[in-house]
Design a protein around this ligand. Structure first.
Ligand code: GDP
Length: 300
C-alpha cells in the first residue's frame, strides 16, 4: 500500500494538490468552481463524474462554513474515494473454486503494455506459489511471442507459442490444453490487439474466446489500457467491451502521467473495476489498484 502511494505520488498528486489549493481560497466564487472543474477535466476524470463531484463539493463546502485545511482535506479525500469507488471487487480471479487451471485472457490495443503486463502478472502469480502457463496468442506482432517467452524464462513459467502469423485461437487452445495436462494453476493468454477494424478484432478475439471457452470457463478477461492516451483509451474500451466480456481493467503507464482521472472515467464507461496498475517497465512494476492509496497519492 505504501509502495503504490510512494510510486504514484510524483506524477499523480498534481490533481489533488491543485484541488486542495483551490478549495482553500477564501472566497469560492464561480471562477474558482470553474477552475476546480477544469482541473478534474484535465486529469481525464470525464464530464459527468466531474459535474457530479463539483456539485457535491459545493454542497458540502457550503454546509461546512468555515474551513480548516484538515477538514477540506478530509472532505476532498472522502469525495475522491466515492468517485473512485470502494465497493468494487478488485481481486484478479485466478483461483476458481476447486478447478484448475484458472484462465485469464489479456486483451488490448498493441503498444498499451499487454505483453509486459502478462509477464508481470505471471511473476506475481509464480511468486505466490502458482505454476503458470503463458499462451502467446499474439501471433501477429513478430516479437510478441519472443518477448513473452523471455518473461516466462525470467519468472519461471512455460510459454506455449505457435508459428508466426499462425492462428491465435489454436495457440490459446494449446496453452489451455497444456495447462490442464500439467496441472498448472493458472493459464495467462496474451492476445493480439490489432484495432484495424472492429469486425477484424471481433473475428480474431471472438474466436480465441470461443475456442478457450469450449474447453474451460474464462475466469478473467483483463483489458489493458495505456493511461497516457486519455480519452482514446475510452474509445478502445468501448470497442473491446463489444467483443468480449471485460471483467477487469489494467491501467498501464500510470507512472508517466498525471491523468489519473482516467481510472474514474473508464470504470464508469465499462462498469468494471480497475484491478491492476502498471507503474513502470520493470518486473516489479505491477500493483493491485487500491482506492485509498490512490486517493492519498492524488492528494499528496
Ligand atoms: P503490447 O504491444 O500491448 O504487448 O505492449 P508491450 O507490453 O510490448 O509494451 C509496450 C511498451 O510499453 C514497452 O516498451 C513496455 O516496456 C512499456 N510499458 C508497459 N507497461 C508500462 C508501464 O506500466 N509503465 C511504463 N512506463 N512503460 C510500460
Amino acid at each position: 500500500l505504501v509502495r503504490l502511494r510512494a510510486r504514484l505520488s510524483r506524477s499523480q498528486n498534481a490533481l489533488g494538490k491543485g484541488l486542495l489549493t483551490l478549495l482553500s481560497r477564501e472566497h469560492l466564487d464561480e471562477d474558482t468552481w470553474e477552475e476546480v472543474e477544469d482541473t478534474l477535466l484535465t486529469a481525464d476524470v470525464g464530464v459527468q463524474p466531474t459535474q457530479e463531484l463539483v456539485e457535491r463539493l459545493r454542497e458540502r463546502v457550503k454546509v461546512l462554513g468555515t474551513r480548516t485545511p484538515q477538514e477540506l482535506r478530509a472532505l476532498l479525500r472522502d469525495e475522491l474515494l466515492t468517485l473512485v469507488g470502494t465497493d468494487f471487487d478488485r481481486t484478479v480471479r485466478t483461483e476458481p473454486d476447486g478447478r484448475k487451471p484458472g484462465i485469464v485472457m489479456v486483451v488490448g490495443v498493441n503498444g498499451t503494455g499487454k505483453t509486459t503486463t502478462t509477464g508481470k502478472l505471471a511473476r506475481v502469480l509464480v511468486a505466490d506459489g502458482n505454476s503458470v502457463v503463458l499462451g502467446a496468442a499474439d501471433t501477429f506482432r513478430a516479437a510478441a511471442a519472443d518477448q513473452l517467452q523471455t518473461w516466462g524464462e525470467r519468472v519461471g513459467a512455460h510459454t506455449v507459442r505457435g508459428p508466426e502469423g499462425g492462428d491465435p485461437a489454436s495457440v490459446a487452445f494449446d496453452a489451455v490444453k497444456e495447462g490442464k495436462e500439467i496441472g498448472a494453476d493458472v493459464v495467462l493468454i496474451d492476445t493480439a490487439g490489432r484495432l484495424h477494424t472492429k469486425t477484424g478484432l471481433m473475428d480474431e478475439l471472438g474466436k480465441v474466446k470461443r475456442v478457450v471457452e469450449k474447453h474451460a470457463p474464462l475466469d478473467e478477461v483483463l483489458l489493458v489500457l495505456d493511461a497516457t492516451t486519455g480519452q482514446n483509451g475510452l474509445v478502445q474500451a468501448r470497442v473491446f467491451a463489444e467483443v468480449v466480456d471485460i471483467t477487469g481493467i489494467v491501467l498501464t503507464k500510470l507512472d508517466g502521467t498525471a491523468k489519473g482521472g482516467i481510472v474514474v472515467a473508464v470504470q464508469r464507461e465499462l462498469g468494471v473495476p480497475v484491478k491492476l496498475v502498471g507503474l513502470g517497465e520493470g518486473a516489479d512494476d505491477l500493483a493491485p489498484f487500491e482506492p485509498e492509496a490512490f486517493v492519498d497519492a492524488l492528494i499528496g
